[in-house]
Design a protein around this ligand. Structure first.
Ligand SMILES: CC(C)(COP(=O)(O)OP(=O)(O)OC[C@H]1O[C@@H](n2cnc3c(N)ncnc32)[C@H](O)[C@@H]1OP(=O)(O)O)[C@@H](O)C(=O)NCCC(=O)NCCSC(=O)C[C@H](O)C(=O)O
Ligand SMILES: [Mg+2]
Length: 296
């Protein structure tokens, strides 16, 4: 059983970044149906606002005002002047996750895990790594398996595009190899993996197409930068009504066939069904049920 499956399944369809220096955004996030919130201390925060943003993120996490949303603090990267104080403040605040940008190696993961422990982070606080550099992509498997405390990857497609001298284009051809490497590593390690952001906040069609692509590739959800992207991601990364009906039908057809003939392969709606398809259908239903449980 993977690390992801061994814990209670938690929907992470919509993972909204906000600059921790932006008071209105901090307030607004309490009202948004995002599954998770990233209180950002890195790229969205200007250097002269970093210290105040750090305190605001810690206070927000400790406020208890964000309901059941998964709370994540993105600290500044290893080697920056803010990193050490960020990790201490984040550990003391005790969010669900401390997210670290530009993680490049397994050694860095171990260094981060040691720093979290030394700073007294509660056990529930896990580490997520942003994979967003060419070397990070190439080391993705060793990063993903470096520590039990590392429980997720977040794609940084802006940094990756920059590092590759590539361009943002519909379909994301230039970064597909990187996305694929990170996905393979995350699934091999049994950790969560969240897709990168879509920058053009007014282009809803482009955003929805990228959500669809991300779900088809296997991402658990998408990182977002604007409230207007939350509902689209929630819909795109939830099983559709049709998918839920198909999953139930497939499992029923399998059970019926097993009882009547003991067959190891059947058809449902004209398509071959084996045990592995039943497992996928059960996963679909587990995701659906976890999302339904959020609504009560
Ligand atoms: C992109 C924005 C700068 C746009 O801001 P703005 O023009 O102010 O948006 P609106 O006027 O449409 O906002 C409407 C209301 O919504 C609130 N708001 C806006 N954004 C957020 C947010 N992210 N979370 C919560 N609330 C938000 C506004 O305050 C307005 O509220 P109200 O007035 O009360 O109605 C802005 O959206 C923004 O700053 N987004 C986040 C940017 C960010 O965090 N960037 C860093 C992460 S992306 C990254 O680094 C990825 C990775 O590392 C990579 O390499 O790819
Ligand atoms: Mg980045």
């Amino acid at each position: 059983m993977s690390r992801q499956e061994s814990t209670t399944f938690k929907p992470l369809r919509s993972v909204l970044y906000m600059p921790s220096s932006n008071e209105r955004a901090l307030e607004k996030a309490k009202t948004l149906p995002a599954d998770a919130i990233i209180f950002d201390l890195e790229d969205a925060v200007a250097p002269d606002a970093k210290v105040a943003a750090r305190a605001a993120a810690a206070a927000a996490v400790q406020s208890g005002e964000y309901g059941s949303r998964h709370l994540i603090i993105r600290i500044n990267g290893i080697g920056t002047e803010w990193h050490d104080d960020d990790i201490k403040a984040a550990a003391a605040a005790g969010p669900d996750v401390v997210l670290v940008p530009k993680v490049n190696s397994a050694d860095e993961v171990r260094q981060l895990v040691d720093a979290l422990a030394a700073a007294g982070a509660p056990e529930k606080t896990t580490l997520w790594a942003m994979v967003e550099t060419p070397i990070g992509m190439l080391n993705a498997l060793s990063i993903a398996t470096a520590s039990e405390r590392l429980s997720g990857f977040v794609m940084g497609t802006n940094d990756l595009v920059k590092e590759l001298y590539a361009e943002h284009v519909p379909g994301r051809g230039p970064v597909i190899t990187g996305l694929g490497l990170a996905l393979l590593a995350a699934r091999a390690a049994g950790i969560v993996i969240i897709d990168g952001v879509y920058n053009d906040v007014k282009n809803i069609d482009g955003f929805l197409a990228e959500c669809e692509q991300g779900r088809q590739m296997g991402f658990d959800g998408k990182t977002l930068i604007h409230p207007g992207q939350v509902e689209g991601a929630n819909t795109a990364f939830a099983p559709s009504e049709q998918a839920v009906a198909d999953a139930r039908g497939l499992i029923q057809a399998w059970d019926d066939a097993r009882k009547s003939s003991g067959a190891g392969v059947v058809t449902y709606n004209g398509k071959m069904v084996e045990n592995l398809h039943v497992e996928s259908a059960e996963r679909t239903l587990a995701i659906h049920e976890a999302i339904q449980a959020l609504a009560v």
